[in-house]
Design a protein around this ligand. Structure first.
Ligand code: FMN
Length: 316
C-alpha cells in the first residue's frame, strides 16, 4: 500500500535572514523524505522595509504593528492543500511583524490555513509573549489550529541586548560592541533547532497525524520569563495608547508624527532606565512569596509545547 504523503508548508518573513536560518534548520531533517512534500514560501511585503532601519522609520512602524494594521504583501500562490504549516515570524514592538500580520489577515492565508495545524516559530530578542497572543487570535480568526510553538531568543542579558539589538537594527552592525556579546540568536541554538524537524519527522513516519496536538513537548521549545512578561504587559499598554494617538495624528510616513514620536521615545527610554529596574527589583522580592503561582503562569504561556527537556537526548 502507498504511504500517505504529508504536505508541509514552511513560510516566513525575515529581514536579516536570521529567521530563515532557523526555518532551514527545522526543515533539514524533513527534506528528501519519500512521504513528505515540502513547499517553502517567503513572505515579501509589496514595499520592503529598509534594513538597516532609518531611526524615524523604525519608530514609525510601532502604531501599525500594535494595532495590527499592515500594508499588503506580494501574492504567494498557495495553491496546495496543506497537512501542516510551519509559520516563522518575529515580533516587532511586542506584536507580530507587519509582513506577518499582513499574511495572517490575507485572503490567501484564510484559504490555505483554515482547519490546518500550525507550528509557530519565533526568532527574536527576548520579548514575544504578547505578540504570540495576537498571532493566536489571528489564527483563531481564520480557523487554524496552533499545535506547537518554538521560540529562539538572544542568549545575552536584557541589558546587553537593549544596546546591541537596536545598534544592529539601526546600523546593520552585528559585531561585538563595548565588549558586549554580539546581538542575535547563537549559531549553535539555530543549528540545535534541527531537533524539532527530527521530532516532526518521527511523528509523521510513525503514521502519526499532525492534528493530534503537540509534537514538540520535552524539547525545550518555549521558555517564558515572568519578569520580562510583566514588562511586556506594561509596554504593550503604553504602545497601544500612544499608537492610537499617533494614528489619529497622521498616517505612517507623515512628518506630523515625528515630534510626538520624539517625545514618546524620550518618555520610553526614561521609563526603561528608571521605572523598569525599580519594578524588576521590587518584583524579584515579592516573587519569592509567589513561586508556585509564577511557575504556573509561565507554564500557561509556554503552551502548547512547553519548556521541559525530557526528550532532548532522543532528538539532539
Ligand atoms: C521594528 C522592530 C521591532 C522589534 N521589536 C521586538 C520586540 O518587541 N521583541 C523582541 O524580542 N524583538 C524585537 N525585534 C527584533 C526582531 O524580533 C528580530 O529578532 C530581528 O528583527 C531579526 O529578525 P529577522 O532578521 O529574522 O527579521 C524587533 C525588530 C524590529 C525590526
Amino acid at each position: 500500500m502507498l504511504k500517505k504523503i504529508t504536505n508541509i508548508l514552511i513560510i516566513g518573513y525575515s529581514q536579516t535572514g536570521q529567521l530563515q536560518l532557523i526555518l532551514d534548520s527545522i526543515e533539514r531533517p524533513l527534506k528528501n523524505q519519500q512521504t513528505i512534500k515540502i513547499t517553502r514560501k517567503f513572505i515579501e511585503p509589496k514595499q520592503e522595509y529598509s534594513f538597516p532601519w532609518p531611526f524615524f522609520d523604525f519608530l514609525d512602524v510601532f502604531p501599525e504593528c500594535v494595532h495590527l494594521d499592515a500594508p499588503k504583501n506580494k501574492k504567494l500562490n498557495l495553491t496546495d492543500s496543506y497537512d501542516l504549516v510551519i509559520l516563522g515570524y518575529q515580533p516587532w514592538f511586542l506584536s507580530p511583524s507587519l509582513p506577518t500580520t499582513a499574511f495572517l489577515k490575507s485572503k490567501e492565508a484564510k484559504e490555505a490555513l483554515k482547519g490546518v495545524p500550525i507550528i509557530t516559530v519565533i526568532g527574536c530578542r527576548n520579548m514575544w509573549v504578547q505578540s504570540q497572543l495576537k498571532v493566536i487570535q489571528m489564527l483563531g480568526d481564520i480557523g487554524a489550529k496552533l499545535i506547537d510553538n518554538i521560540v529562539l531568543t538572544d542568549s545575552a542579558s536584557s541589558l546587553a541586548t537593549f544596546i546591541t539589538t537596536p545598534r544592529w537594527l539601526l546600523t546593520g552592525k552585528k559585531d561585538s560592541f563595548l565588549r558586549l556579546p554580539k546581538p542575535g540568536i547563537l549559531d549553535k541554538d539555530i543549528k540545535s533547532s534541527e531537533r524539532f524537524g527530527r521530532a516532526i519527522l518521527k511523528t509523521i513516519t510513525r503514521g502519526g497525524n499532525c492534528n493530534n496536538g503537540p509534537m514538540l513537548t520535552g524539547l525545550k521549545a518555549a521558555k517564558v520569563n515572568v519578569a520580562l512578561l510583566k514588562s511586556e504587559i506594561i509596554g504593550s499598554r503604553s504602545f497601544f495608547i500612544w499608537g492610537k494617538l499617533l494614528r489619529f495624528i497622521a498616517p505612517r510616513g507623515s512628518w506630523k508624527r515625528k515630534p510626538v514620536l520624539l517625545i514618546y521615545i524620550i518618555f520610553l527610554i526614561t521609563m526603561i532606565i528608571t521605572v523598569v529596574p525599580i519594578n524588576l527589583f521590587i518584583r524579584s522580592i515579592t516573587n519569592l512569596f509567589f513561586k508556585n503561582k509564577i511557575k504556573e503562569m509561565e507554564r500557561q504561556f509556554e503552551l502548547p509545547s512547553g519548556s521541559e527537556d525530557s526528550r532532548m537526548q532522543e532528538f539532539l
